[in-house]
Ligand binder design. Sequence first.
Ligand SMILES: [Zn+2]
Length: 215
Amino acid sequence: MTPSHLATGPFNDGASEILKSAGLDYTRLAWAKQVHGNTVARVGERGGPFRDGADVLVTDTRGVGLAIFTADCLAITLIDDTAGALSVSHAGWRGTVRDVPGTAVAALRALGARPERLRVTIAPSIGPCCYEVDEPVTRELSATFPDLWERWATPVRPGHVTLDLWRANEDLLARAGVDPARIENARLCTACHRDVLYSYRKGDRGRLVTVAALP
Ligand SMILES: [Zn+2]
């Protein structure tokens, strides 16, 4: 399951059975070429790939599955049951700099969602235990979020910090009006649990997929 298979569909054999067991229709799945940006793709009735880059998928169509592929990055799912609006988005450090969480909330507002009603899940992704970054990353984060970024970074050696992308994205969701009590994050680190997950940083080539649909 790698993004390079976008043309034919990135899913393993057997995926359609697994999706069916969750009540999802493989032919109505939508996914995008993920480019570490904050472009929004609005998904209607038709599934299949978006060939242009997009890292935030939104829909108000019931039964359409939105799929995001990750290995260390965050897959963030937001849903407003009352409005019938759903988003699944992709955020690594670049997506965090581009405020993917705030972008997803804004895109859902445009579909009638209210931030305080959103329920959020964050899929397994790299934890602060395993995510050391250096100057190019800290420079962009500190320039974009001067008031917040120090909450997310712990110095480990000169020029290097460990970065807590979970906390960063939770903070950005809260800044966009999401109730922190409605954010579910298992805080399961991909790099610590390679027996069941995939970690890009640790050299795994596989990808996790997060799929969500409005019931
Ligand atoms: Zn870890």
